[in-house]
Design a protein around this ligand. Structure first.
Ligand code: ATP
Ligand code: MG
Length: 240
């Protein structure tokens, strides 16, 4: 048990969730390492959502709400960290979840899908994997034709750089959540949210409720005014 007054309580609770996910076969060993890299960057930004991150989050939600075929890509870490929130977001923006794993085994796929369904998901794609992302030879290239492959906008929390690049090459709007503002993923995504998924996804749920009542023309304005490169610069320079 981690005492609530421990100064690193929030961070340790996140680790706890990942370890539980690892023990139940949702998170893979590599996922634990990836989390370590993310944690280091989170420490540097004070483990809070910066203004620049919140700005990108708002643009991301506006983009997903106006997309014709939005899809949310889910990996093991995301499923372990924010299962309820990702299902809520999927419902709010009308985007199916698609499980997509770098270290893909059918057993892990089944476990993650069952986990998301236990958290009330109804439509979870990824098992069919009847299409491939051109240029991606590893397992993350396997996608559903009526999911990521045919999507116009894809939300990719904790993405791999080369797949992010390939999705952009396919002409998709790619929204990444990545704590490392210097990663290939952050640099190549259309919209980059430099924040922890444990904060970014709940923020997206909240914003999707707020933005739903706003006129289409206003939503367009929010999207058109955004410059990802400039916003990333704000994240690396810490000017907020
Ligand atoms: P890239 O493939 O984009 O060049 P990378 O190879 O350095 O980046 P990966 O191992 O592919 O990184 O993916 C892990 C990424 O996920 C890291 O950049 C890390 O900062 C980020 N990350 C880990 N945990 C979280 C989290 N909870 N929230 C947001 N980002 C996270
Ligand atoms: Mg990588």
């Amino acid at each position: 048990m981690i005492p609530k007054d421990h100064p690193r309580y929030a961070s340790l609770m996140i680790r706890e969730r990942l370890v539980k996910g690892y023990e139940s076969g949702i998170v893979c060993t590599h996922g634990l390492i990836a989390h370590g890299r993310g944690e280091a960057f989170d420490y540097l930004i004070g483990e809070k959502t910066t203004e620049a991150a919140m700005h990108a989050t708002k643009v991301a939600v506006a983009t997903l709400l106006t997309a014709e075929r939005p899809v949310i890509s889910v990996n093991g870490n995301t499923a372990a960290l924010v299962p309820d929130e990702i299902v809520h977001l999927s419902e709010h923006i009308g985007a199916p979840l698609e499980v997509n794993l770098f270290h893909r085994t059918e057993e892990r796929m089944d476990k993650i899908i069952a986990h998301l369904k236990a958290h009330s998901a109804t439509n979870v794609l990824g098992k069919k994997a009847d299409a491939r992302i051109p240029g991606i030879e590893h397992e993350r290239g396997k996608v559903d034709k009526d999911g990521i492959y045919g999507a116009d906008a894809v939300l990719v929390p904790l993405e791999d750089g080369d797949r992010c690049e390939a999705l952009v090459r396919m002409g998709k709007t790619v929204i990444a959540i990545d704590l490392n503002p210097l990663s290939r993923t952050s640099r190549t995504a259309t919209i980059t949210i430099v924040d922890n998924v444990v904060r970014a996804i709940p923020n997206m749920v909240k914003l999707s409720e707020e933005l739903r009542g706003i006129k289409q023309t206003e939503i367009r304005k929010i999207i058109d005014a955004f410059d990802n490169e400039l916003n990333l610069q704000r994240m690396t320079e810490h000017d907020d």
